[in-house]
Write a protein that binds this ligand. Structure first.
Ligand code: AMP
Ligand code: ZN
Length: 139
C-alpha cells in the first residue's frame, strides 16, 4: 500500500508523471493496473474495493490526483457534490439501495472518506468508500 503524499496541485506534465509513477489509484485511473470498474465519466471512476468490508464496497475515485480531502479546494466543489449525488444510484445498482416504504426504511449504505493517518487513510489519492448490503458487516 502506498503512502504517497504528493500535494502539489498543478497539472503540469511532471506532476502527472510523478503521480502516475507513485500513486496506485492514478495507475488504476490510467488503466495501468486493472480494476473491476462499475462506472466512469469525465471526472471520476468507480470500482470494487479489492478487500471489501461489506457485501457492496465500491471506491469512488476522482481522475485528478487530489491527495486528501484536506487538499481539495473550491475548484473541486462540483466534483465533490457529484460524488455524493451519484452514491444513492450506484448503491441501488449494487445491492445497497435505500428505500423508505410503507413499512419504514430498509436497506441503505455508508459513505466514508478517510483523511490522514488518524483518519485511517492508506491510499493518498482522494476516494469515497460506498459500502452497503445486508448486515452484519464490519464497516
Ligand atoms: P483508505 O484506507 O481509505 O485509504 O482506503 C483504501 C482502500 O483501497 C482500501 O479499502 C483497500 O482495500 C483499497 N485498495 C487498495 N488497493 C486497491 C486496488 N488495487 N484495487 C481496489 N481497491 C484497492
Ligand atoms: Zn493519484
Amino acid at each position: 500500500m502506498g503512502y504517497w503524499r504528493w500535494n502539489k496541485q498543478s497539472n503540469d506534465a511532471e506532476y502527472r508523471r510523478e503521480t502516475l509513477d507513485n500513486c496506485i489509484f492514478c495507475k488504476i485511473v490510467a488503466g495501468a493496473i486493472p480494476s473491476k470498474k462499475v462506472f466512469e465519466d469525465e471526472d471520476l471512476i468507480v470500482f470494487h474495493d479489492i478487500n471489501p468490508a461489506a457485501p457492496m464496497h465500491l471506491l469512488m475515485v476522482p481522475r485528478e490526483h487530489i491527495a486528501t480531502l484536506a487538499d481539495s479546494d473550491n475548484r473541486h466543489q462540483a466534483l465533490l457534490g457529484k460524488m455524493l449525488l451519484i452514491a444513492p444510484k450506484l448503491a441501488k445498482e449494487h445491492g445497497g439501495g435505500y428505500q423508505n416504504g410503507a413499512d419504514g426504511p430498509t436497506g441503505g449504505f455508508k459513505t466514508l472518506i478517510n483523511t490522514g493517518p488518524d483518519g485511517g487513510q492508506e491510499v493518498y489519492h482522494l476516494h469515497l468508500h460506498l459500502m452497503g448490503g445486508p448486515r452484519p458487516w464490519r464497516g
